[in-house]
Ligand binder design. Structure first.
Ligand SMILES: O=P(O)(O)OC[C@H]1O[C@](O)(CO)[C@@H](O)[C@@H]1O
Ligand SMILES: [Mn+2]
Length: 436
């Protein structure tokens, strides 16, 4: 199988170059700010030892920034986190094959993942800060600034779920609505804006019809037909879905609304939510972010928020929602390598009827972050990652996209010359596993 080369910052006209040159150092700078702001609290709460650790984290961030800017070699990791061995083996293998290992010369996916892993290494090497999430303030702030939109969303969900014996056409419409709410929530990510505001201020339902024109691929009805078929093939059997989550905050809220809708309307009987095991790409959701979101709903004055979180906790308690975080999602591999490096995860996904992947990074990993042509086939780009049928809900924030027709390309280009990287456009792209 001949494959295109990986996206890389060595190509000076690429978004990868811009990201490694400007965006990544800015993200590291924001962590220095974060640490500097909290240093006196850390000293006060945990003493001199912790203060020294805070200083060492600041030093590690400065060093990281310098090494990125100077295109220094990528070196092996040295903390005690359980994934170190696999990371180092990957880096060592690349070195043995004579591949360049530096910030601007290596594949973009590798260096971008490596940066977040290096950030966490600095924290993992401390005694007092090894559970600190350097992005938590940004994530929480962005959710709190989206409170009105969150209220509108949860009220509408409450209405829709109260409706009993929903007609088929209404159910179909509601399915589209929650898919699109989840999709456009992906505009609210913080790594693209290097952590500055990305809150949702508008009525999310109102915006949907307007946003239709930004939807460059819409396979919603294929997905719906597929789900209906799963039910009609065997009325009584259990239907399992997996939702591979992306960002915390308003995006996560929208994803949970979709997950709730799918369970409550019995479109599936069990849904597994996949989180990240460590802070990742600034805004990606961890278990702590999910717990924090639940606590915000619980302590709210709003009856609807409280009722919603009660229902969500019930889904977890009765096993209809399974919450998990696998190490694979924070390794530098793309999804075609999952079977080799995390066969347990791959096998569990083969038991699912539908995988819903959220966001840009998941898309990059599905297609290997390679320099595909816009009209290349999505099926081909998956390179054998075929555990089960899948759909991606993604806004475009990097210069890779598959199977886009000429008309849509021209349309988007005319509206915005940077159409591939601003998050303005989105796709709902579907791949069906062939029947055997
Ligand atoms: O949260 P998402 O949708 O995966 O987006 C993260 C994207 O933002 C960027 O970090 C911007 O640099 C991309 O590299 C990445 O693909
Ligand atoms: Mn993300």
């Amino acid at each position: 199988m001949s494959l295109p080369p990986p996206l890389s910052a060595k190509d000076k006209n690429s978004f990868a170059y811009e990201t490694v040159k400007d965006r990544l150092p800015l993200i590291v700078t924001r962590i220095v700010d974060f640490l500097a702001r909290h240093r006196s609290d850390i000293l006060h709460d945990f003493g001199e030892d912790a203060d020294r650790e805070c200083k060492s984290c600041i030093g590690a961030m400065d060093k990281l920034r310098y090494e990125i800017a100077r295109d220094k070699p990528i070196v092996l990791l040295g903390d005690q986190y359980p994934d170190v061995e696999i990371w180092n083996r990957c880096l060592q293998d690349m070195r043995n094959k004579g591949q360049a290992l530096s910030w601007f010369q290596s594949p973009w996916l590798l260096v971008e993942c490596y940066m977040y892993r290096c950030i966490m290494q600095a924290f993992y090497l401390t005694k007092h800060m090894n559970t600190t999430d350097p992005f938590y303030e940004m994530k929480q702030r962005s959710f709190l600034a989206s409170e009105n939109a969150a209220h509108t969303l949860l009220s509408q969900l409450d209405n829709d779920l109260q409706m009993k014996n929903t007609e088929e056409s209404t159910l179909r419409e509601q399915f589209s609505t929650y898919m699109e709410i989840s999709l456009w929530g992906n505009r609210c990510d913080l790594s693209l804006s290097a952590g500055s505001d990305s809150s949702q201020n508008h009525d999310p339902f109102h915006q949907l019809s307007e946003l239709k024109q930004c939807l460059l691929i819409n396979h919603e009805s294929d997905v719906y037909q597929y789900i209906v078929k799963q039910h009609s093939d065997d009325f009584n059997h259990d239907i399992y879905f997996d939702l591979i989550l992306d960002n915390a905050g308003f995006e996560l809220l929208g994803d949970l609304c979709l997950a709730d809708f799918l369970i409550s309307k019995r479109l599936c009987s069990r849904l597994t939510l996949h989180l990240k095991m460590m802070p990742w790409f600034v805004s990606d959701a961890t278990r702590q972010d999910l717990d924090w979101l639940f606590s915000q709903l619980e302590k709210s004055q709003s009856e609807i928020w409280q009722k919603t979180v009660e229902r969500w906790k019930e889904h977890v308690k009765n096993g209809q929602w399974i919450i998990t975080a696998h190490q694979f999602y924070t390794l530098p591999f793309d999804y075609s390598q999952m079977r080799k490096y995390s066969s347990d995860l791959y096998t569990s996904l083969t038991n699912s009827h539908l995988l819903i992947f959220k966001g840009d990074l998941n898309y990059r990993k599905l297609v290997g972050d390679l320099k595909w042509n816009l009209n290349d086939k999505f099926d081909y780009a998956l390179r054998g990652f075929h555990p089960t049928s899948l759909v991606v809900l993604r806004t475009l924030k990097s210069d890779v996209q598959l199977e886009l027709d000429e008309q849509s390309i021209n349309y988007a280009k005319n509206l915005d010359s940077n159409w591939m990287v601003t998050g303005q456009f989105g796709v709902i792209q579907w791949w069906k596993k062939p029947d055997v």
